[in-house]
Design a protein around this ligand. Structure first.
Ligand SMILES: Nc1ncnc2c1ncn2[C@@H]1O[C@H](COP(=O)(O)OP(=O)(O)OP(=O)(O)O)[C@@H](O)[C@H]1O
Length: 250
C-alpha cells in the first residue's frame, strides 16, 4: 500500500498541492483525475520521488520514502514500474533490449535469464515474437504494450502510469486499460494512474481521487462517481452533453 500524508508542493509562489492525503491499495486501479493544471502529474512525481514534496510524507508499505536518501531509496525504486505518457522507449534499442533495460540496470541475471523474462513479458502483453522490431516500426498501441512489458519486467509491487491512453484510439485505449487492470489484479500491484479519460474512469476506476484547487476534492469508486452530487466533480466528469445524457440513463 502507498500512503500520501498531507503532501504540499509549491513551485515559487504557486502552491500546487495543498495537503493531499490518500491511500492506494494493492490489487486496485487507483486513479488520479482532475482538470488541466490541477496537480495530477505533480502528485505522481512527488510519490515516485521525481519531485520532493514541500511538506508531508509518502510511505511505501509503511516506509517513509520522503525521509530516505538516494541510497536508501534504491530497494524501493527496484519495486517500481513506470509507464510514461509517450511510452518513452529507447528508439535505438529493439523491443527486446528495451524490456531488458531495467534488468540490465538492476539485476545480476545472466543474459539467458533476462531474455527469458523479456519473452515472458512480451507474451503477457500479446507481442510474442516482436523482439527484434524497433520502436519506429510499432503502432502507438504496440509501443504502450512494450512500455507495459518493460514496466512489469522487474515484477513491480508498485506501478505508476501517466495518461495511458494519450494518442490512442478509443478501442486500443480500452485494451490498454484492460491489460493494466488485469496485471494489477493478477500480481496484486498497487497501481496509480493519472488520467483524463472518462472511459478509464468508468471502466477501471476501482478507487478514484479527484483533485481540485490543490486539494483532494472527492474520493470514491467508479460506481459512486455516477451518483455523486459534488458539483465540481460533476462539472468535470459530465462536461459533455453526451456524458450528461449517459448519466441520466444510469
Ligand atoms: N517543474 C515545475 N516547475 C514549476 N511549475 C510547475 C512544474 N511542474 C508543474 N508545475 C505547475 O504545477 C501546476 C500543475 O501541473 P501538473 O502538470 O501537475 O498538472 P496536471 O493536473 O497534471 O495537468 P495536465 O492535465 O494538463 O497534464 C501547473 O500550474 C504547472 O505549471
Amino acid at each position: 500500500m502507498i500512503e500520501v500524508r498531507d503532501v504540499y508542493k509549491t513551485f515559487g509562489e504557486n502552491e500546487v498541492l495543498k495537503g493531499i492525503t490518500a491511500q492506494f491499495k494493492p490489487g486496485k486501479n487507483n486513479l488520479i483525475i482532475g482538470g488541466s493544471g490541477s496537480g495530477k502529474t505533480t502528485l505522481l512525481k512527488c510519490i515516485v520521488g521525481l519531485h520532493e514534496p514541500t511538506k508531508g510524507q509518502v510511505l511505501f508499505d509503511g516506509k517513509d520514502f520522503t525521509q530516505m536518501n538516494f541510497e536508501e531509496r534504491v530497494p524501493i525504486r527496484k519495486e517500481i514500474g513506470m509507464l510514461f505518457q509517450n511510452s518513452a522507449l529507447f528508439d535505438s534499442m529493439t523491443v527486446e533490449e528495451n524490456i531488458m533495460f531495467p534488468l540490465n540496470l538492476f539485476t545480476e541475471q545472466s543474459r539467458a535469464e533476462k531474455l527469458e523474462r523479456a519473452n515472458f513479458c512480451l507474451e503477457r502483453v500479446n507481442l510474442k515474437g516482436k523482439n527484434k522490431l524497433f520502436p519506429s516500426e510499432l503502432s502507438g498501441g504496440m509501443k504502450k504494450r512494450v512500455g507495459i512489458a518493460r514496466a512489469i519486467s522487474m515484477q513491480p509491487k508498485y506501478l505508476f502510469v501517466d495518461e495511458p491512453n494519450s494518442g490512442l484510439d478509443p478501442k486500443t485505449s480500452i485494451l490498454i486499460d484492460e491489460l493494466i487492470a488485469e496485471l494489477t489484479e493478477e500480481y496484486q500491484i498497487t497501481t496509480v494512474i493519472v488520467t483524463h479519460d472518462m472511459n478509464s474512469v468508468m471502466g477501471i476506476g476501482d478507487h478514484i481521487i479527484f483533485l481540485h484547487g490543490g486539494k483532494k476534492w472527492w474520493e470514491g469508486s467508479n460506481k459512486e462517481i455516477a451518483k455523486t452530487d459534488n458539483k465540481e466533480l460533476n462539472d468535470f466528469v459530465f462536461a459533455s452533453r453526451f456524458m450528461r445524457a449517459a448519466k441520466e440513463k444510469l
